[in-house]
Design a protein around this ligand. Structure first.
Ligand code: PMP
Length: 383
């Protein structure tokens, strides 16, 4: 007889099954539901990337790549980082590496930086992997409450920094709120973390989905990388190009940290999927602006429908909105989301992303017709 309780690590008890999957399972009993729960774009991978992936497979580029990524991709990322972050990697003090999804970069950073007893500050509400980096590394996760405007500012982070703080995780454009910090806010956070000797991890996986009003004067996503080099930027290809299943991201940061992350990659993920690395080498020159504009219009549809009915911080990027459940309904986020299943609509309870269960997340990465139907059902319940 196997004694599971004895065999399983104590950290398994600290990790719950993802609430997103649970909401999805509940929705699975619905026939043709209006699914506003999915955290990925609804557009297909651009043909140029599909063709490049198929060509790579046919050209037998199916073996391991170098741990840090295939040379062509790594070089194109160095160029991209120079243009977009203003980081010159040729001096040797900064570097980039290819990772197995943005999640891969987060886990490698946690392994390389966090010991039991260390503290890592994360936003609340947050992307579901951040709190689990605690049990994975033994570190303590310190939530930074960013209700009700969802801006994780230096003023909110500062009082949480102790001598045990090793890392602050910032996410802009944000999941689940769509909030984008501006350049001044980025500068203040970068300065605070550098002055206090804490590594800032900037998760910029939704960088491409930064809507017009929130872009910086270069027309791009504001990033703390413009104000400091003592930080780790992680980005991905999955959301930007609709290839979440290809598991591809990258990290850029100080070489001393990238070197240690590479060590752990070598003994865990080994390398990111080879055909996907070949496929995205030219991705940054693919024009995705029509999709970004279409998502900005979908954002407008959501705001127009829901903001008269409840508190809604206007999303400035990503493809999520995080409205409050109207207090008059007297429902938690979980009860509200369950009640929406009766209307054939799947949304995710705020409690999945937060210590509070007062809001719900909508992903509006669906076609306009389905979004309009979903919003109509939400409006009817919320009014
Ligand atoms: N960071 C954030 C904020 C996310 O929302 C996600 C995916 N939902 C990830 C990281 C992980 O992305 P990937 O699929 O590239 O691992």
């Amino acid at each position: 007889m196997m004694d599971q309780g004895h065999l399983l690590s104590s950290r398994t008890g600290d990790v719950d099954v993802s609430g997103i999957r649970r909401a999805f399972q509940l929705g699975a009993r619905l026939e043709n539901p209006i699914n506003l729960s999915i955290g990925q774009p609804h557009f297909p991978v651009p043909d140029a990337l599909k063709d490049a992936a198929i060509d790579a497979i046919r050209a037998d580029a199916n073996g391991y790549t170098l741990t840090g990524g295939h040379d062509t991709l790594r070089d194109s990322l160095r160029e991209f980082v120079r243009d977009d972050l203003g980081w010159d990697t040729s001096g040797g003090d900064l570097d980039v590496m290819v990772t197995s999804g943005t999640s891969g970069a987060l886990v490698l950073a946690a392994w390389a930086l966090l010991d039991p007893g260390d503290e890592v500050i994360v936003p609340d509400p947050n992307f579901v992997i951040y709190p689990v980096l605690g049990p994975m590394s033994g570190a303590t996760v310190v939530p930074c409450d960013i209700y009700p405007d969802f801006r994780m500012t230096a003023a909110r982070i500062e009082p949480l920094i102790t001598e045990r703080t090793k890392m602050v995780i910032l996410n802009s454009p944000a999941n689940p709120t769509g909030i984008v910090l501006d350049d001044d806010e980025m500068r203040d956070i970068a300065t605070l973390c550098r002055d206090r000797g804490v590594i800032l991890l900037s998760d910029e996986i939704y960088d491409l989905f930064t809507y017009a009003a929130a872009r910086d004067d270069r027309g791009r996503c504001p990033t703390p990388a413009h104000h400091s080099r003592d930080l780790l930027v992680v980005r991905g290809f999955g959301k930007n190009y609709g290839c979440t299943g290809w598991r591809l991201g990258f990290a850029a940061g100080p070489s001393w940290l990238i070197q240690e992350m590479l060590k752990f990659q070598q003994y865990s993920f080994v390398c990111a999927p080879s055909m996907a690395q070949h496929a995205v080498a030219a991705a940054h020159s693919v024009d995705m602006s029509k999709w970004v504009e279409s998502y900005e219009r979908k954002r407008d549809m959501v705001v127009e429908a829901l903001s008269p009915l409840t508190d809604l911080a206007v999303p400035q990027g990503a493809f999520y909105a995080f409205p409050a459940v109207p207090p008059a309904l007297g429902l938690t986020g979980t009860a509200f989301s369950e009640s929406m299943l009766d209307h054939n609509v799947i949304v995710i309870p705020g409690g999945v992303f937060s210590a509070r269960d007062t809001h719900f997340r909508i992903s509006y990465a669906v076609d306009d017709g389905r979004l309009a139907e979903g919003l109509e059902a939400l409006v009817s319940v919320m009014s």
